[in-house]
Design a protein around this ligand. Structure first.
Ligand code: AMP
Length: 591
């Protein structure tokens, strides 16, 4: 199965008109022509001129066809050419550079020949793992990942023993070069992976320093999801006559993911999260939160709600991170609560749903987040929680992904209960039809059923019911939580939208006298409050458009404010606790 949908990708090979090294007996067009020839043997990866060992490894991994970036990049890299590639994770770009570089390594020379720089430790490990997986047919090639947070001494030991391929983060690679433990003089190839991300993380000077240390005669490959000026500048300075390849897949890839949003006030986010999670069992879920503190708060709440959950944030030590990702991959964890940085490059196939609990920083971050699902050609879903005030950002995201992000309703008790019953049915069917229970045990249990039937004079149906109740445990199967807030919030917002559109042309506030009610809040001049502070806080918590907030009069100890009639009690209750200038509003009706 291809990791990407080939038809949805557009390959621009700007390098086509650039001369290929003529001293080499094979040029790119002849390689490509061979693949198109009637010779079926040369289909797929065989057309690149790979060794038999590598072809076998790829076929064992189930790779049938090269992805577009591989088709375009591999022939160039096999020829030793420099390359500037624009492609995201998920396009198969790791194999695009790893396969040809592996083939060009001289395993008899026990010194570093290939250096790959990545922005994060996670990506360094992942890329090193890919190299290891692809090098099965090259038993003498040693690969080492070097990154901060891992044991320096064991890295030194491996470096001394001799490695051919090093994958590392810039800081740690610099340390090794400075100490002379990574001898860069004989390096033949350097790959800069996710160059724009390195720039964003502030590594640009380190990278430039590392590039300056390399020998003059070497191959250099840059991969970047976007092409900011700084990366262009670096490529002009360091790449020699590079092949340029652009895979325009970002939007198209995002389009394979079903994307929806839920408008929700901050105070109900956690409740909505639990409801959404109920409806998604089976596959892995990643929840993105803005801060480390929020990841922890969420994980604790979800654990209490009996989810298999783990946290991935910058405070989690490296070895635990590795274990966490592995457990997620194996199904030991179903829900991962992560910050953006910690989850960069995460590639776990079974992620079926990404929840943007907090709004992403920008559309790049959104695309990266949702790209954690829909891996390796699978379907994926993404849900975005937005507060009423953040609604205006939605169109930016829609533009970035090139499709509409659909509205999703908050799952009601009825929907959740239906789902729970369906699940019980499914579980019963699965258990009844499975043959895993050993027969002696089953015979004994049948005996128990018979005894219960006789002793208590119960029908088989009554016994089955008791057994189901036993498996459900103490809590009741169905929920009956107050859900008035779902409808109230919706009604209030709709009323607000209607009033808003009626009053769109008015220069004054959007509410008329008869639509409004006056409230008192307990902040005033002595707290140095300004009208904007009050408007901001109320709009944020209530979901009201700022224009719907009427006149504000500020007095010494308190302020009066006009708001649309019909505020739902739950919003009213939440507003009481909202703090402005570090004081609770403690809002009340004012007559
Ligand atoms: P990457 O873009 O390097 O992060 O790769 C994305 C995923 O696609 C990884 O899980 C790879 O193992 C997988 N992959 C890469 N190339 C191929 C291919 N030609 N066929 C099938 N899967 C692939």
């Amino acid at each position: 199965m291809s990791a990407v949908n080939d038809e949805l990708m557009e390959v621009q090979d700007k390098g086509k008109n650039i001369k290929v090294d003529q001293s080499n007996q094979l040029d790119k067009s002849s390689l490509l022509n061979q693949t198109n020839d009637e010779d079926k043997e040369l289909d797929g990866f065989a057309g690149f001129g790979f060794s038999e060992g590598l072809i076998n490894t790829l076929s064992k991994k189930g790779y049938k066809e090269p992805t577009p970036i591989q088709k375009a990049a591999i022939p160039e890299l096999m020829l030793g050419r420099d390359l500037l590639g624009q492609a995201q994770t998920g396009t198969g770009k790791t194999a695009a550079f790893a396969l040809p570089l592996l083939e060009r390594i001289d395993a008899k020379e026990r010194h570093p020949q290939v250096l790959v720089l990545t922005p994060t430790r996670e990506l360094a490990m992942q890329v090193a793992e890919s190299f290891k997986a692809y090098s099965e047919g090259h038993p003498n090639i040693n690969i080492l990942a070097v990154y901060g947070g891992s044991d320096f001494r064991s890295q030194l030991y491996s470096l001394k023993k001799g490695v051919e391929i090093i994958v590392g983060t810039p800081g740690r690679v610099m340390d090794h070069i400075r100490q002379g433990t990574l001898v860069q003089e004989a390096l033949q190839c350097l790959v800069l992976d996710e160059a724009d991300e390195m720039l964003r993380m502030g590594f640009i000077d380190d990278i430039e320093w590392i590039l300056e240390q390399l020998p003059d005669e070497r191959q250099m490959v840059f991969f970047s999801a976007t092409m900011p000026n700084e990366i262009r500048r670096l490529s002009k300075r360091f790449l020699k006559d590079p092949a340029e390849i652009t895979i325009k897949s970002k939007k198209k890839e995002a389009q394979l993911i079903k994307q929806r949003y839920i408008t929700i006030q901050n105070s109900y986010k956690l409740e909505v999260l639990k409801r959404v999670l109920e409806l998604s069992f089976g596959e892995g879920v990643i929840i993105f939160a803005r801060t480390k503190a929020i990841t922890i708060k969420l994980a604790e709440s979800l654990e209490a709600a009996k989810h298999n959950v783990a946290v991935l944030n910058g405070d989690v030590p490296q070895n635990l991170r590795e274990r966490t990702v592995e457990r997620l991959r194996q199904g030991g964890i179903d829900v991962l609560v992560a910050t953006d940085v910690a989850a960069r490059g995460l590639d776990v196939e079974r992620i079926g749903l990404v929840i943007n609990y907090d709004m992403p920083f920008d559309s790049e971050a959104y695309i990266h987040r949702i790209g954690r699902t829909g891996r390796a050609g699978r379907n994926g879903e993404a849900i975005l929680f937005i507060s009423p005030r953040e609604r205006s950002y939605l169109s930016n995201l829609e533009r970035a992904v090139g499709q509409a992000i659909e509205k999703m309703e908050i799952p009601t008790n009825e929907i959740i209960n239906k789902h729970r019953i369906e699940k019980i049915k499914k579980d019963l069917l699965a258990t009844a039809s499975s043959e895993t229970k050993n027969t002696t045990e089953s015979t004994m249990l049948q005996e128990v059923i018979k005894q219960v039937e006789d002793e208590l004079e119960l029908t088989p149906q009554e016994i089955a019911l008791a057994a189901i109740n036993l498996s459900i445990g103490e809590n009741s199967l169905l929920i009956d939580n107050d859900e008035g807030w779902i409808n109230q919030a919706e009604r209030f917002r709709k009323g607000n939208d209607r009033r808003d559109s009626r009053g769109r042309n008015r220069r004054e506030h959007g509410i008329t006298d008869k639509d409004k009610e006056r409230f008192r809040v307990e902040v005033g001049h002595r707290d140095r409050v300004k009208p904007g502070n009050i408007v901001g806080a109320i709009a944020n918590e209530s979901g009201l458009n700022g224009r719907m907030i009427g006149r504000i009069q500020i007095f010494d100890n308190y302020s009066l404010i006009d708001l649309p009639k019909g505020m739902p009690p739950n919003i009213f209750k939440n507003l009481k606790r909202v703090k402005v200038m570090n004081k609770e509003l403690n809002i009340n009706h004012y007559s």
